[in-house]
Design a protein around this ligand. Structure first.
Ligand code: GDP
Length: 320
């Protein structure tokens, strides 16, 4: 069947990574010819390498899904690496894209880019309404610079691009390393290990009060592909999420229910809470994507994730 993607040449940076591999799978299913640059061949922090990549593998559409990222822990321990790698990769890739006259640049951004101290659901129009939360500023602000660059490049070079703001992802293939992981992967690992060891208690960070939004990685990949097809406003970023807020305490209760293991929780308040509330407003997303909403509930997504982690623990634990 002919689709938007039939025979399109598509490059997915980060295509071997957590989100990227799901993007690649979908795009190939829809008939795209997908190229995934690997770091050993194309170091995307170099403009020459970005250009070489796009000249050697001409693309119509580029998804920039490569990122050096992680949870609140790595934002504390590696702020400089997060800053440099994400800022430079984004800047160089977009510059290379305009030099080769790419058809469309799909920038994958992050909810960490939003002001960290706003009340209520985060709306695209409020992206510049205040400073990022201090706990994630190096990641959030550098990713957000792609949205600035996109507007400049549209005006001066006519480059078409979109900027998608993703909420917290979780699922199979995530980083389960406690120094890097986001909360879902961290807690899945802690619960499974506590269950195996019959541990009397589990340590959880912070107060449990912060509210986050969680999207199952496969749902997110579906939305990104749909947005690449149907959204083309370079000036207006588009949120991708569920719009549903869950406190960290509620998350622990859902993991208890799904995993069947209920440990005594020890809340370590020496660890940071991060932003108090990070949930996207998905009104614009729904209308831009023809009414699309994420089909996988947190309960079902956690069940799939825990099953996958149990079956792949040895391999998952060695991944940074
Ligand atoms: P954030 O969304 O950028 O703040 O990043 P995280 O996903 O790492 O953290 C989300 C929330 O989960 C924060 O309030 C953390 O304190 C809390 N949390 C509770 N236990 C853990 C844990 O074991 N690891 C991580 N990364 N976060 C945890």
């Amino acid at each position: 069947m002919q689709s938007f993607w039939s025979d399109k040449r598509v490059t997915v940076t980060g295509g071997a990574g957590f989100l990227g591999q799901h993007l690649v799978k979908r795009l190939e299913t829809y008939g795209a010819k997908v190229f995934v640059p690997r770091q050993r061949d194309y170091n995307l922090t170099s403009l020459d390498a970005c250009l070489k990549c796009l000249l050697e593998h001409p693309a119509d559409v580029l998804f920039h899904a490569a990122a050096y990222y992680g949870g609140i822990g790595i934002n504390q321990t590696q702020p400089a690496t997060l800053y440099y790698s994400n800022l430079v990769m984004g800047a160089n890739l977009m510059e290379a894209a305009r030099l080769v006259k790419l058809e469309k640049f799909v920038a994958i951004g992050t909810a960490c880019s939003y002001p960290g101290y706003l009340e209520g659901h985060l709306k695209e129009d409020d992206l510049w309404a205040g400073p990022c939360h201090a706990s994630v500023v190096n990641y959030g602000l550098t990713k957000k610079m792609m949205a600035v660059q996109a507007q400049a490049y549209k005006r001066q070079y006519g480059l078409d691009s979109i900027h998608l703001i993703l909420t917290n992802l979780y699922g199979p293939g995530d980083s389960y390393n406690p120094e890097r992981s986001h909360v879902v992967a961290a807690l899945v690992r802690k619960w499974v290990e506590a269950d195996l060891a019959k541990a009397p208690s589990i340590e959880v960070w912070g107060t449990g009060k912060p509210v986050r939004e969680f999207i199952y990685v496969e749902d997110c990949a579906d939305a990104i592909v749909l947005a690449a097809e149907s959204y083309d406003d370079a000036a207006t970023p588009l949120n991708i999420g569920t719009g549903i807020g869950t406190s960290i305490k509620e998350l622990t209760e859902t993991i208890n229910a799904v995993s069947g293991f209920k440990g005594k929780l020890v809340w370590n308040t020496d660890k940071p809470d991060g932003a108090p509330f990070k949930v996207l407003d998905v009104t614009r997303m729904k209308s831009a994507l023809g009414g699309w909403t994420a089909p996988t509930s947190l309960h079902d997504g956690l069940a799939k994730t825990i099953d996958w982690y149990r079956a792949n623990k040895a391999q998952a634990d060695t991944k940074w």
